[in-house]
Design a protein around this ligand. Sequence first.
Ligand code: AMP
Length: 306
Amino acid sequence: MKSIQIFRTVAQVRQWRANALFAHQSVGLVPTMGALHDGHCSLISQSLQDNDKSIVSIFVNPSQFAPHEDLDAYPRTVDADMALLNQFPGKKVDAVFIPKVSEMYPSGISTNIDEQRGAFVAVKGCSEQLEGSSRPQFFRGVATVVTKLLNAVTPTRVYFGQKDAQQCVVVQNLVKDLLIETTVKVLPTKREANGLAMSSRNAYLSEETKQKSAVIYQSLVNGERFYQEKSQHGPVNVGEILARITDTLNDSTGFDIEYIALSHPETLEDLEVVEPGVGAVVSTAVRVPREGSSQQTRLIDNVILH
Ligand code: AMP
């Protein structure tokens, strides 16, 4: 069995991609920040199924972190990630791209936006609200690094998780507006047995907090159930759906709710009513206690109403 190739430079990735192109092979890209879990694995499995060749990128992208955020603390577990990829059942990925920061940011990069130099990508209209309102430079960083990865790999297909619903909308608009030739695939959120959305940041949580955090998804599901019943008779008022969600979520002591929002699934505009057939993204960000620290961990989750 061929072993997984590890690339550190864009030049190596381009050579590999050129070989696949000459062999008329399709290529799937799964961008990640590492600390791989089952959520990442489901994207990788789908890429392996859809494409002749698959490449996973592992890069903790500095430009999407603000100076006060957890760039330094973010889990970096490359050895465990490689072990997981090597033990993948059946077909394995062909390559992993693990670049240094200087490879991805040839002009250098500071998390302080005033000190940044060089080219960045903004996707206006869907980056400012929700996650963007508490993390103003987040989607500029995401759109920039995704553009770089798409330029380096030129994949046939690129895979993202519904867990980061707004990121999916930003990337879809990025690909559309910058005329990038790739197909964006969005896959469902993988969850722990108790419903908590899998996330690399769950590593920050104690067992007790992980159990308590199940309430985040449960409350979204309560809103979803209410909508499913009500929408049989026509449009449903957002205030009523929100009430079902906050009823459950407000009970959880020690959790700070940053937002709960119902947004248009394509434009992410705030909704007042949900029209059946149009639907909505119901998303939330909740800050929960971090194990062994006075800081909090932000958890995000969402469900889609149809
Ligand atoms: P990250 O490493 O957190 O940047 O995530 C890399 C990719 O995996 C993104 O497209 C995420 O949306 C996706 N992802 C993260 N968590 C999950 C999950 N629980 N289920 C499905 N996809 C996920």
